[in-house]
Design a protein around this ligand. Structure first.
Ligand SMILES: *[C@@H]1O[C@H](CO)[C@@H](O)[C@H](O)[C@H]1NC(C)=O
Ligand SMILES: *[C@@H]1O[C@H](CO)[C@@H](O)[C@H](O)[C@H]1NC(C)=O
Ligand SMILES: *[C@@H]1O[C@H](CO)[C@@H](O)[C@H](O)[C@H]1NC(C)=O
Ligand SMILES: *[C@@H]1O[C@H](CO)[C@@H](O)[C@H](O)[C@H]1NC(C)=O
Length: 554
């Protein structure tokens, strides 16, 4: 009896101990990973255009890297995976959110070289989607941007950020679907096969590579190695710089070693715009943050909420949005002057525009002050959020697809055609100027709600409207970040044509036609938005499926 009693007591004891242990374990577990949903992360994340580059960035974060370290690693990787979009022959704009809540912009956009064709703006082909050739090359700023960002915010050694990409460049990899799609697209295929780029992207029969073919960047690997080992100056002076300039001049370009030597990235405080409880931090001109702000400021005055897209409300909401895009287009020639831009991001300008928006009709182009410009496409965007609370929103570009299509065989660098970004917006250009851009890497932060949204996009003229749509979807229409980014978009082009993404709600398209909008559909939606949202301590990272993107985190 006594024995079984003590056995019973023992059992109870063991149970009690187990129970306590389970409770403690559960508690520890809950503390460690707060109740984040499946697919969310609790420490850091990277949203780049491709899974491999998101992973490169994430691994750098895991090693203790800052958000800037992760961003640079992911950017370098992207220059191999999406070489049509960006590379070290281009430029970038970083918006960096510091732990303290201060936000800086690092502007490494390319500049107009010392020598350029005086009447270059007369040569702007307004109709053609591609502007190729050496006369459009601006002084590359990309590596100076990485240098500045790393000096200010880097934690890991500079060299470390290059290592994974150098290895990938040497080992080679299968041509991804997106790159292959461009290389096989008839108009681009012909241009690549007829240009110096063929050395990189053609097979032994001088035909562009297809999906699954192996792509290696041996020259670029050497160049990256030199920059990794000797520092950024290796790109801007000395042998590498001389070789690059010789190659460009062999193709008739005017870029000089003096241009490279004088290139510098600029640092400034981000501008801010208030959107509800969020402060949006944006890059000032020459970035496209002003256009994005104009659109969002106009729209915030309509007190939007999830019901704004329900039932018949959606017609008025989309109509107003399209009108806002037309008015934003109308500012395109003016916003490059920072003094003007500062006025245009104010609430009273948005209120003035709202007073001009009719709820029952649209107007001819002059009503919005729209003058014809060009619609380019290209670019990449990367969002990064690190465990230490830093965040980076960076957009990088060589401008249009494969930039100027000038390839430097001795350095492996693809040169930008950034001077084409002046087309339609200015009448003349001068040395040292940075061309206007649609790039709009932003960070939104709500202190009271403990929410952070790191977001930006690519797709040339579609950047501002696509990023605006994703932000509205998320902030006001109640969509989670994935839905906010994947939702079909509508955009307004430089001739005020309203173009809907394939599969956009047909009832809206019909209604917009009825209201007098000049409506079309886009064959290819080249808009791509990559974002990261953190609420309390749960992180959602989304790369746009339109470019087969995949984010990574931990
Ligand atoms: C490919 O182009 C290179 C450079 O123009 C040329 O030397 C080579 O003979 C070409 N190969 C074929 C198979 O046409
Ligand atoms: C829209 O409303 C305004 C003001 O109410 C009116 O003057 C105008 O005729 C209307 N336009 C259309 C197309 O119904
Ligand atoms: C359009 O231009 C006119 C004339 O310069 C100006 O009065 C008007 O305010 C402009 N509209 C907008 C929305 O900027
Ligand atoms: C703008 O879109 C409209 C409608 O699809 C189209 O007719 C027009 O050609 C486009 N303009 C440009 C410059 O692409």
């Amino acid at each position: 009896m006594a024995k079984s009693k003590s056995r019973l007591r023992c059992c109870v004891c063991v149970f009690a101990l187990c129970f306590i242990a389970i409770i403690i374990l559960l508690f520890i577990f809950l503390l460690r990973s707060p109740t984040c949903a499946e697919g969310q992360y609790s420490r850091g994340a990277v949203a780049a255009d491709s899974q491999i580059c998101s992973l490169f960035g994430r691994d750098i974060l895991k090693e203790g890297g800052s958000a800037v370290d992760g961003a640079i690693a992911a950017l370098l990787c992207t220059s191999l995976i999406n070489p049509q979009s960006m590379g070290i022959g281009g430029g970038a704009i970083f918006t960096v959110f510091e732990k303290t809540g201060k936000v800086k912009v690092i502007n490494a956009r390319e500049t107009v070289p010392n020598i350029f064709q005086a009447d270059l703006m007369k040569d702007c082909p307004m109709g053609s989607p591609l502007i190729t050739g050496s006369k459009w090359i601006a002084v590359p700023g990309e590596i100076r941007g990485y240098e500045k960002a790393h000096k200010m915010y880097g934690k890991l050694p500079w060299k470390r950020l290059f290592e994974p990409t150098i290895k990938l460049a040497r080992d080679g990899f299968k041509v991804p679907q997106i790159l292959s799609r461009y290389l096989q697209f008839p108009m681009i295929k012909g241009k690549v096969e007829g240009s110096s780029l063929c050395a990189l992207f053609c097979d032994e029969n001088n035909k562009t590579l297809k999906e699954g073919d192996t792509l290696r960047y041996e020259k670029l690997a050497d160049t990256l190695e030199a920059i990794a080992n000797s520092g950024p100056d290796a790109f801007y002076k000395g042998k590498l710089a001389d070789d690059l300039i010789t190659d460009v001049q062999n193709e008739g370009g005017t870029l000089s070693t003096a241009d490279l030597e004088s290139m510098q990235a600029e640092v400034s405080d981000a501008w801010t715009v208030q959107l509800g409880t969020y402060t949006m931090y944006l890059p000032q001109p020459p970035a496209g943050g002003t256009i994005l702000s104009i659109i969002l400021n106009i729209m915030k005055g309509y007190n939007l909420n999830p019901s704004s897209l329900e039932g018949d409300n959606k017609f008025l909401t989309y109509h107003r949005y399209i009108e806002a895009l037309k008015f934003a287009n109308g500012q395109k020639r003016k916003v490059w002057d920072p003094a003007v831009a500062e006025r245009l991001i104010k609430d009273d300008f948005a209120a003035y525009v709202r007073s001009l928006i009719s709820s029952n009709q649209t107007h001819p182009r002059q009503y919005y002050n729209v003058s014809i410009s060009r619609d380019g496409v290209g670019t990449t965007h990367i969002s990064v959020l690190a465990e230490d609370g830093t965040a980076v929103s960076v957009t990088s570009t060589i401008n249009q697809l494969f930039g100027s299509m000038v390839y430097s065989p001795s350095t492996g660098v693809i040169l930008n055609n950034e001077l084409a970004d002046f087309c339609g917006l200015v009448d003349s250009i001068s040395t040292g100027e940075k061309p206007p851009s649609s790039m709009t890497p932003v960070v939104l932060y709500s202190k009271s709600e403990k929410k952070t949204l790191v977001i930006g996009g690519s797709g040339g003229f579609m950047i501002t409207s696509s990023v605006a749509m994703a932000i509205m979807n998320h902030l006001w229409f109640g969509k989670d970040l994935k839905e906010a980014i994947s939702a079909k978009v509508v955009t307004v082009n430089s001739t005020n044509g309203v173009n809907f993404e394939h599969m956009f709600d047909q009832t809206v398209i019909d209604k917009m036609k009825d209201m007098g909008h000049g409506v079309g559909t886009m064959k290819y939606a080249l808009n791509v938005v990559n974002g990261i949202f953190k609420q309390d301590s749960c992180i959602t990272a989304v790369s746009d499926a339109r470019k087969n993107g995949e984010a990574a985190g931990y």
